[in-house]
Ligand binder design. Structure first.
Ligand SMILES: [Mg+2]
Length: 179
């Protein structure tokens, strides 16, 4: 099971680009790499320290096509397709509650991801063999019930349980030993 935002799709940079397009320059809003999963806890973003403002920015960015515009991380599709070809059932999973136009699945197809299932909801309700995700509380909950967890190396999830990977190309190698 594979998460989308900040796991295979660059949400942070997508949101940063959107903020730039809205006229907030680098001097005023450096938009640094978030140090916590809750982006409002990192200074230098227009919504820092303000959860309501974050929701406003997120909602506006999504309405303006953020989910279609996020860039896939380098090597993500190749790595997951390699696993799919090796017999893994690849389930794309997101807790996006606001993808009302079905952009996520079109984005996956457009960017060449081959997958066997798509799930939108609370991932902790499922028990996959493996979860690849960036959200620390989800990684902790899944690791606690015996799921093998992997996560990227964003500053906010380096301390999360499971194996960390810097490049997607490493993921099939890590999982080669799991099955
Ligand atoms: Mg995510």
């Amino acid at each position: 099971m594979v998460d989308i935002d900040n796991t295979i799709a660059d949400y942070t940079n997508g949101l940063r680009d959107y903020i730039r397009e809205c006229g907030h320059g680098e001097d005023e809003c450096p938009c640094p790499e978030p140090t916590a999963y809750d982006f409002t806890l990192t200074g230098g973003w227009p919504f820092s320290g303000d959860a309501k403002s974050f929701r406003w920015w997120h909602t506006r960015a999504v309405a303006d096509g953020l989910y279609s515009r996020e860039e896939p991380y380098e090597g993500a599709a190749e790595a997951l397709n390699q696993l799919h070809d090796a017999g893994w059932n690849v389930i794309m999973a997101t807790s996006r509650a606001d993808d009302r136009r079905g952009e996520s699945q079109r984005w996956l197809h457009r960017n060449g991801f081959q997958f066997d299932g798509y799930y939108n909801g609370d991932k902790t309700l499922l028990t996959p063999d493996v979860l690849i995700d960036d959200r620390p509380v989800t990684l902790e909950a899944m690791a606690a019930k015996g799921v093998t967890v992997l996560h990227p190396d964003h500053a906010y999830c380096t301390a999360a349980p499971g194996r960390m990977f810097r490049r997607w190309a490493a993921v099939p190698l890590i999982l080669g030993g799991v099955r």
